[in-house]
Design a protein around this ligand. Structure first.
Ligand SMILES: [Zn+2]
Length: 228
């Protein structure tokens, strides 16, 4: 492997050579002022594995936060698992998304906004089916009567409960694992009894989802999965 790197020589630095990856994925070496070049080369060679791993991690992180292009090879989340996409355009077949055999198949012209629209449509349809069943189940279990369910396209607000106890959920929830979805449903159902986030409210939540803190953390750590 051939690694290009920048060397910062410092008179203040006494003994050690150190290495870091910069914001633009460049390798930066800091070395004492009089370190011979071949010593720096040797140091970089020794760190090769570490550098390539760090680079890989960096590019993965960038990839995760990138907006989707809706092309073959990308992956999409569904109920907490990621599945690969095969995108194509067969004009004589129905346009839209099909999930089959652990794969997404998208038939649509190669136009990003249109492809995005069809993906959102698929998630919304799934959300309607899945959340209706799940909400009814949990509503019976908790003995809480809601005033209707609506599916939204909200980006950050996974769920809400209005004054008249009608519930709303973002279609993006369909990307989360089932236990996390259940937590959001329980959370909104408990708002039927408590219209705030007081300790009384959280006591109700913990009664039904003892590990709700794990689920809340999941949202914080996995926000990037919801980019569509
Ligand atoms: Zn809430």
């Amino acid at each position: 492997m051939n690694i290009t790197y920048t060397v910062h020589r410092s008179r203040k630095r006494k003994k050690t050579i150190s290495l870091q990856i910069g914001n633009n994925s460049e390798v930066i070496i800091s070395a004492p002022y009089f370190t011979p070049a071949d010593e720096i080369n040797r140091f970089v060679e020794e760190k090769q594995d570490w550098i390539s791993k760090a680079m890989q991690k960096r590019s993965q992180a960038l990839h995760l936060h990138k907006e989707k292009e809706y092309v073959t090879g990308e992956t999409f989340y569904y109920l907490g698992q990621s599945y690969p996409l095969e995108a194509r355009f067969e004009p004589l077949e129905n346009t839209g998304v099909i999930f089959w055999n652990n794969r997404f198949f998208l038939n649509c012209p190669a136009e990003r906004e249109m492809r995005k629209y069809h993906f959102a449509l698929w998630y919304k349809k799934k959300a309607k089916e899945y959340l209706n069943v799940r909400v009814e189940h949990l509503s019976r279990e908790t003995n809480l009567q809601h005033g209707g369910i609506r599916i939204t396209s909200a980006r950050q607000r996974w769920g809400s409960c209005s004054e008249d106890n009608s519930l709303a959920f973002s279609f993006r929830l369909m990307m989360a694992p089932p236990e996390v979805i259940d937590y959001v449903i329980i959370h909104e159902l408990m708002h039927i009894r408590q219209k705030n986030h007081s300790s009384k409210f959280w006591n109700l939540v913990v009664e039904h989802t003892p590990d709700y803190k794990t689920h809340r953390r999941w949202f914080r750590d996995n926000n990037h999965q919801f980019i569509l």
